[in-house]
Design a protein around this ligand. Structure first.
Ligand code: SF4
Ligand code: SF4
Length: 224
């Protein structure tokens, strides 16, 4: 019988690191009321590239992971449709980002936290115990009934402030995330993006909050 467990096993067999299920309510996709969160870990060499300020190398690896996620999301979509349900792979191209608000239609972080796969760190990045913020995210929407995970609504960052200390422009607020807050409560996204764009013009970038995340470092040092 094709069910959520079979689907999860399939997605993991294709290379996805973590899979979670949640209910969604997005106007544009009103008939597809289940969301599948896909988390793909970044290889340790991507973190090493960030530590070494080798941004070209980092982006090459990152975009390779996005291509892999896209490929697997479409395979998941096909498998679900082959089993009689509707599905829509919510790939990056299909989940347009509002460049003014710097927010997509359905943020992947929302899919992943409401599925119970992790939380939003002080850095405003998605964080999970196994890989910290060293992940790429995607999703699939479907009308296939799925047993949903228990949503995470509060931060597990505890007293850690590593990402905040690492930010060169103090864009990260001391406030810890919870699902009732707005993004602007935890990060000054304009200050962050202005700095990242400036760095980018010089052939660099900034992902210090990602590479310095305590849990990213634990993953990088192979403690997990
Ligand atoms: S990307 Fe850089 S500037 Fe932006 S929040 Fe992270 S550390 Fe700060
Ligand atoms: S560095 Fe610490 S505070 Fe920042 S996201 Fe990671 S665990 Fe949370």
């Amino acid at each position: 019988m094709f069910d959520g467990d079979v689907l999860k096993q399939y997605l993991i067999s294709q290379g996805i690191s973590k899979v979670g299920y949640t209910q969604v309510n997005v106007d544009e996709f009103s008939s597809l009321n289940y969301g599948i969160a896909l988390v793909l870990k970044l290889p340790r060499e991507a973190i090493q590239a960030l530590i070494d300020d080798e941004f070209k190398k980092y982006w090459k690896i990152f975009h390779g992971q996005i291509d892999t996620l896209t490929d697997i999301a479409f395979k998941g979509e096909k498998l679900i449709k082959d089993n009689g349900y509707d599905a829509f792979a919510l790939t990056m191209k299909r989940n347009e980002c509002d460049m003014e608000k710097l927010l997509s239609k359905l943020p992947y972080k929302t899919l992943a936290t409401t599925s119970g796969l992790g939380w939003v760190g002080r850095s405003a990045l998605f964080v999970c115990e196994e890989y910290g913020s060293a992940v790429a995210l995607s999703g699939i929407l479907t009308d296939m009934p799925l047993e949903v995970g228990r949503a995470i609504t509060d931060s597990f960052c505890d007293d850690c402030e590593e990402c905040q200390k690492a930010c060169p422009v103090d864009a990260i607020n001391p406030t810890k995330w919870n699902s009732r807050l707005e993004r602007s409560d935890i990060i000054d996204i304009e200050t962050c993006s202005e700095y990242v764009i400036d760095q980018f013009k010089s052939g660099l970038g900034c992902s210090k909050c990602l590479s310095n995340c305590r849990l990213t470092q634990e993953y990088f040092k192979n403690k997990r």
